[in-house]
Design a protein around this ligand. Sequence first.
Ligand code: FAD
Length: 411
Amino acid sequence: MPPADRADLVVVGAGTIGGWASVFAAGDGLGRVVVLEAGLAGQGASSRAAGIVRAQGGTPATVALGRWSIDFYNGQAARYGTDSGFRELGYLILAVTEDDERQGRARIEMQRAAGLDVEWLTAAEAAARIPTLAPDGHRGGSFVATDGCIDPPRNVRAYSLAMQAAGVELRERTAFEGLVLESDDAGGRRVVGVETSRGPIGTERVILSGGPSLRAVGRAAGLRIPAGAARHTVCVLEPAEAFDVARQAMVFDIGEGLYWRLEERGLLFGWSDPDETPGEARSINWPMYERVRERLAGFVPATRGLGIRRIWAATIDFTPDHLPILGPGLTRDGEPIDGVVVASAGGHGMMWGPGVARVAVDLAVHGSSGLVDTADLGLDRFDAEGRSRLATDPIALPFPTDTGEVGTASL
Ligand SMILES: Cc1cc2nc3c(=O)[nH]c(=O)nc-3n(C[C@H](O)[C@H](O)[C@H](O)COP(=O)(O)OP(=O)(O)OC[C@H]3O[C@@H](n4cnc5c(N)ncnc54)[C@H](O)[C@@H]3O)c2cc1C
């Protein structure tokens, strides 16, 4: 018996990837778009992020995803009547060692070739541009004036309103539990439906997102997806006179994975610890916090002695090479499953999320995307242990590279 419930596209996960993907699909003319959300929309990583958005990527594909996403954020209000609160602030990626500087200058060449307007600031120029930054202890860095930040809860609100306006059907408290496949005459597999905690839905297109839960979503689907989850911590310090300015550029201490920006006249900073065991974030690592505060105070002396206004640890998604996953679901034999697309921003869902969502819809609906070349971004870049054949994104946060037990595909 075919299921009574049918959709032109089923999207798993109502985070920023699934949310925006559903809006784009409806905008492309797909009639019935259903989003399955195990909990509540935005309750995953998407509402807990720091909101940093940069086009300064480490590869041409991530530069393209960042640029597309910034253009998208800038055009949201006109298109959807709502926005994610994007503010153009500028972003300095600091070089601390000679090696950082060599790599940073080489990165600039790649980014310029990818069309990005990026410059190198000396230490003195950086300190002049960012008055709270100490002039010593670093060698300046690469700077893009058009990078900035969004307000993550406002982004959840923006895609939720856009979903509603586009007629997307959001099913909260409804978990995706599996794919229903058929074999074609040539021996290929294609999706014809999904199983959910509230019954089956017939469909020929599925986008699987899930952020930090993507590996489990893959497991439910019968796919092997080497996506990880780890603790990431963000802290906002109390207001100080030095931070009482309308606009100041954000800074990334790339070697330590420590970034900061101003927030409500205080300073927001965040970090990842590459040495900790991946898993769900349950608490603040206070000794690590102390180390990070000390390093921050070296770069921003005005933070010394300031109290905490807010601090949170949350679970961030990552991939083994810290690059996005965009490609078809694969069977155990590595054959693509027709109609199934896997989408992960690999821990960069604020900066690449709209671009990742756009590409996921392009692949699911049109079969290819003009936004980025996805040849290298699919699941086929990972071996049986989840190791990528690509080099790790040189500008990502220092996430772990081992996502843990990936298991085997059952399809
Ligand atoms: C503390 C922190 C700070 C961050 N800061 C930044 C930043 O500054 N810049 C940046 O670019 N990125 C940042 N990130 C990363 C960014 O938030 C994520 O990459 C992004 O939110 C991932 O979006 P998503 O839609 O893939 O996942 P999520 O937002 O986690 O959404 C996935 C959804 O899938 C649902 N789901 C799971 N399993 C199922 C199932 N079986 N059935 C149905 N639904 C299911 C979940 O309930 C969840 O709602 C940060 C993350 C954290 C945690």
